[in-house]
Design a protein around this ligand. Structure first.
Ligand SMILES: C[S@@+](CC[C@H](N)C(=O)[O-])C[C@H]1O[C@@H](n2cnc3c(N)ncnc32)[C@H](O)[C@@H]1O
Length: 211
């Protein structure tokens, strides 16, 4: 699917309203996600910029992509408060506006659930990374428990959850998709954000290297 715009005005406002309380729990995971990074970073679907304050000072530049207009405006405000240089651009995951091998690091947090075609998004991230570049990810994924995975699949295929969640899907096997897109997954661990029974759990946090 080729997508040039994303417009989820209601989701965007609700997400922005609730990220303050979500951040109390997820902030420490964002810190872990971005720890030790350096060089040029591309961040996909940056939302309202909740990662920006967690980038270590060793990062030279972050180019953050956000296609949703309301969230992009909020991200631009967050960029001004960041301690590293952050530029916010309007772009969707399916066609990144960069040449091959421009970045040292790519960040995907809570976004591979929302892009229409995760394989294509990951191929684009792989393309714009230098060989050996790093993908850091923090994503919610399909449960390993068959009963819960069935419920997650039903929520996705019925369209109920994608409609409520700004295009979000809860049954994606994102770690497998990362491996299939030309990355070696170097570390990954499960974690829960919010109640473990929530359909948006489990989450995974990890790092993968472009082959
Ligand atoms: C749940 S929010 C997560 C925001 C942010 N990454 C974070 O960690 O808080 C999902 C984000 O994905 C973005 N998104 C949705 N479709 C997209 C697409 N096709 N390309 C890039 N970003 C997209 C949304 O606009 C939204 O900002």
């Amino acid at each position: 699917m080729n997508e040039t715009t994303v417009n989820h005005p209601v989701f965007a406002r609700i997400f922005d309203r609730f990220t303050g309380s979500l951040e109390k729990e997820i902030g420490a995971h964002r810190e872990e996600l971005l720890a030790g990074l350096s060089g040029r970073v591309v961040e996909l679907g940056a939302g309202n910029g909740m990662n920006f304050g967690h980038y270590p000072a060793t990062v030279a530049e972050v180019v953050a992509l956000e296609p949703e207009p309301y969230l992009r405006e909020r991200a631009e405000q967050a960029a001004q408060r960041a301690r590293v240089p952050v530029t916010v651009r309007d772009a969707t995951a399916d066609t990144l506006p960069f040449a091959d091998g421009e970045f040292d690091v790519a960040i995907a947090s809570l976004v591979l659930c929302s892009v229409p075609d995760p394989a294509r998004a990951l191929a684009e991230l792989r393309r714009v990374l230098k060989p050996g570049g790093e993908l850091r990810f923090l994503e919610h994924v399909r449960s390993a428990r068959p009963r819960k995975a069935r419920i997650q699949r039903r929520l996705d295929s019925s369209g109920i959850w994608p409609r409520l969640g700004g295009g979000c899907h809860c049954a994606r096997d994102t770690v497998a998709a990362i491996g299939a897109a030309g990355f070696d997954v170097e570390r990954v661990r499960d974690l829960d954000v919010g109640p473990s029974w929530a359909h948006t759990n489990p989450h995974v946090i990890g790092a993968a290297r472009a082959r």
